[in-house]
Structure formats: C-alpha cells, structure tokens
Ligand binder design. Structure first.
Ligand code: C2O
Ligand code: CU
Length: 495
C-alpha cells in the first residue's frame, strides 16, 4: 500500500528537472539523463570488463526459517536471495521480474553506480509493476561487501534481500576462506506483516514521552544498562532474528578447519534492529566496513546498524563455535555455528563472553591509506537535522520535512561536500548515502570510508565525500519504518 502510492505519476520534480537541464529527453520517463550517465560510466569500465548476467524473480513463497515457516516474498525463492558475486570493474546485468502483487525495484546498496540504475522509484526510475520486468545494467566500480534490496515501502522487512560481493581483481589473499553472514529481524508472515505494523505505528503515534518516543519495540531486559545506542533501540518487536535465514534453534552450520584464517562478511539486512556480533572463543580482526578497507583493529564484538557491513577475520580454534548476533537492546538473538572439530553444539541462547564489553563502532576505525580522502576543507556543507515532529506523531523528518515534502539539496560536480547530521531525537539513525562513499571526519585522524553510519541519540556527526557521480541521490535513515515515515531526502546535481 505505502509503496504503491509513490508510483502513480511522475512526482519527482528533481529528476525531471535533471533531464531538462541536460537537454536530452532520453527514453526513461523518470530519471537522470541517461546519455550523460552512460558516458560517465564508460570511463570507469576497464577494457577487459566481464559481463555477469543474473535473473532475479521477486515472488511470494514460503520461507523455512528452521522450524517456523513464514509466507513472505523472496528473490528466486530463497532466503537470503541468491548471492551475486562479481569482480571489481565487471558489468552486472540483472534482469528483475516482479511476480509480487506490488510494484518493486532493486537498490544496489553500497555501489557507486550510474544513477539511473539506483532503483529508487519516483527518483531514478518508475517502480516495476506486478508482472513487469526491468533490466539493471551497470559497472561495479569498487570491491567490497554489499547487498541488494527493494526500495519500496517496507518490502525490505520481507524476505527480499541478498548479498552482493564484489571481489578485488587481485585480492591480497591474507585469508584462507570466507563466509557471508546476513543478519535479519523477522516478522513477515508470522504477524500482520510490516505494512500493518507501520500503519499501527502511525496510529499510535508517539504515545509516550521521555524523548517523545513510544517504546513499542522489544523490551530491554530488566536491569540491563543501556549500550552505546541508548535506551531506545527500536520501534518494532520482531519475533525472530536470523542468520542466513535461520532461527538460532536450527542454525546454519559452516564447516572449516582449525587454524584456518576465515573472513566473515557481516551484513545487517534488518529493518529495525542493530546487531552486536561476536564469535564465541575468538577475537576478530576488523578489516573493512561498508566494503572499504580500514587499518585492522582487533576486537571482541562489533555493532552493526541496519545497512552497515563489516568484514572481520578470525583464526579458528578447534571445536564448535557460535557466531552470535544479539538484537541490541531488544533481548533476542540470532546464531550460526562454525564447526572445525568434534563437540556439542551450543544452545540457541548461548551468550559468548565476547559480547559483554563495549562493541566496536565505526568511529573507532580509520580508513586504510589507499582509500583515504585527502584532508581538506569542504566546498559546501549541508546540515541534516534528524527529527521526530511534531511530537505525538510517527513522522520522522530531515530539516522538518518528510520525504514527500523534501527540498532537494543542491551540489556541484567536483565539490567536496560535508554532511552534518544533527540528531535531535532519542533514537539512533543509521544514515545511508546512495551512490557515494563518505568518510567520517572530526576525529584526530581520518575516519573510515562508509556509506552507512549510525548517528547516536542527540549526537552531531559529520561526513565528507566527493561529488563525483552526478544524479539524484537519496540520503536516508535505514530503519525502514523511519525511512517510510519520512526520514529520507535527496542530494541533487547534474554537472
Ligand atoms: Cu539499503 Cu536507500 O538503501
Ligand atoms: Cu531512523
């Protein structure tokens, strides 16, 4: 319901303006000027680029969560959907067929791709109608751990998500093997579903005070101290938490050999849940976040907001070890197992002691030298005040406006742009930028390169990026319920 409204008519004034500014009508009724976008992309494509062809079919089906079974929507009838694996510089061609009852799209989260393939209905394309098809085709410019999902309504809180792994053309190969672990909070098919939940949130409004926020999510366990995200970590209580589509009582078991150096690619595909992740009996070395390398950092646990990714390495001991992802501040958890030898599997509620201390946040990291932005002053700063207003409503805003009311923020190609996120609310917001990778600034040393960062309650946080990919690009909260309730806006530039 909520998604569909957006496809009726060409509401995107900014996109239409971009077409006119470039003076080329193009074939797409919505979207930036294709000719310019195509030329810009050609320049980034290596001479020996391969083309990888993928078929994606979004369709209702029954997901077996390892006990509970849930009617939902999935890509290619699997949960998570089919992993796409390409090499940096490859051309990915993905043909989407929509067999769901709603319009949909695919957004390639984390990829600095050509704007007209970004999958945002009303901004970069029209939604793909039920029964319709759309071919996405773009060069993949950067290696890293990414994922894809629809950008319509609450569809991400169904089963429509899958990893997109971009390998380096010559990976240094410090690790022996790797494993992709996708984390998710699950309610679809086991309750009224995400659209009903969103409608409910809007009806309730923000009934409670204490920062003006209803505590409708899973309760913090009695007596627990709030973690780095504060006391209020979510709006929705999901009955299950999953790693690679499984509840912890029926976990995925991955086999490996003791002594192996294993790279874990962690992806938070949740809608309303941050996950605190640890591997029982092991420390982890963080090597990348949101696809980009960082100075390696040894930790016990990491905290991933929705849309964030971390790559970590562990040197495996012998036995059976749980990988636990605790729903931060909510009480439940997801689990998978690593088996390198004999031993009894831990129970679903196991809490490795590695989870006890302060988890790593992105701000603790520093970009590897080769991906650092040069230090410099921004040519332009945009302030984004993250709000919940007026109080008593479920209306999440950026500078007082919901997405429907947005004033696009102008940029110019070639600028160094600073985004200053000012969080006026009592909740954290994982803010995600499309089409670019920013760098956290403000610390004594350059922060990590990322596309999604958690802005903590009442915090002001700044990021810089280079405006090198013209188009209409979303900046939004990756809490699906916040984004759908307004916390999204557009950065706009043509040349
Ligand atoms: Cu993963 Cu605009 O989103
Ligand atoms: Cu938010």
């Amino acid at each position: 319901m909520f998604g569909r409204r957006r496809f009726l008519g060409l509401s995107a004034g900014t996109a239409v303006a971009a077409v006119q500014a470039c003076g080329a009508p193009g074939r797409e009724p919505v979207g930036p000027d294709s000719r310019m976008v195509r030329l810009a992309e050609r320049a980034r494509r290596p001479a020996n680029a391969r083309r990888v062809d993928i078929e994606l079919r979004a369709r209702p089906g029954e997901a077996d969560l390892g006990g509970p079974s849930a009617p939902t929507w999935m890509f290619n009838a699997s949960l998570p959907g089919p992993e796409i694996r390409v090499r940096r510089g490859d051309v990915l061609r993905a043909r989407l067929r929509n067999d769901t009852p709603e319009a949909t799209t695919v957004h390639w989260h984390g990829i600095a791709l050509r704007n007209d393939m970004d999958g945002v209905p009303g901004v970069t394309q029209e939604g793909v109608a039920p029964g319709g098809e759309f071919s996405y085709e773009f060069t993949v410019p950067d290696a890293g751990t990414h994922f894809f999902h629809p950008h319509v309504g609450t569809q991400l809180d169904r089963g429509l998500y899958a990893p997109l792994i971009v390998e380096e053309r010559d990976e240094p190969g410090r690790y022996d093997d790797e494993l992709v672990l996708v984390l998710d909070d699950w309610l679809d098919g086991l309750s009224a579903g995400p659209d009903a939940r969103l409608a409910e949130l809007r009806r309730e409004g923000m009934s409670m005070d204490g920062g003006g926020h209803a505590h409708s999510g899973g309760a913090e366990p009695e007596g627990a101290q709030p973690g780095p995200l504060g006391a209020d970590t979510g709006d929705v209580s999901h009955p299950h938490y999953l790693i690679n589509g499984r509840v912890p009582a029926a976990p995925v078991v991955n086999r490996a050999r003791p002594g192996q150096r294993l790279r874990l690619r962690l992806i938070n595909a949740g809608a309303d849940t941050a996950f605190r992740v640890a591997v029982g009996g092991h420390r982890m070395t963080v090597t990348h976040t949101d696809g980009f390398p960082v100075e390696s950092h040894r930790v016990d646990s990491v905290l991933l907001g929705m849309g964030e990714r971390y790559d970590v390495e562990v040197t495996l001991g012998e036995g059976v070890f749980p990988v636990v992802a605790v729903a931060e501040g909510k009480g439940g958890q997801a689990m998978s197992l690593l088996r390198t030898g004999a031993g009894t599997a831990p129970v679903a509620s196991v809490r490795p002691r590695e989870l006890a201390g302060r988890p790593l946040l992105a701000r603790d990291l520093h970009a590897s030298e080769r991906v650092r932005l040069q230090t410099g002053k921004p040519d332009r700063t945009h302030t984004l005040r993250l709000g919940l207003e007026p109080s008593g409503t479920y209306r999440w805003t950026i500078n007082g406006q919901t997405f429907d009311e947005r004033t696009p923020m102008p940029l110019r190609r070639g600028e160094r742009v600073r985004l200053r996120f000012v969080n006026t609310t009592m909740m954290f917001h994982p803010m995600h930028l499309h089409g670019h990778t920013f760098q956290l600034v403000g610390g004594a040393r350059p922060g990590p390169r990322k596309d999604t960062v958690m802005v903590l309650p009442k915090e002001t946080l700044e990021v810089d990026f280079h405006a090198d990919n013209p188009g209409q690009w979303l900046v939004h909260c990756h809490n699906v319920y916040h984004g759908e309730s307004g916390m999204m806006t557009v950065l706009s530039y043509t040349a």
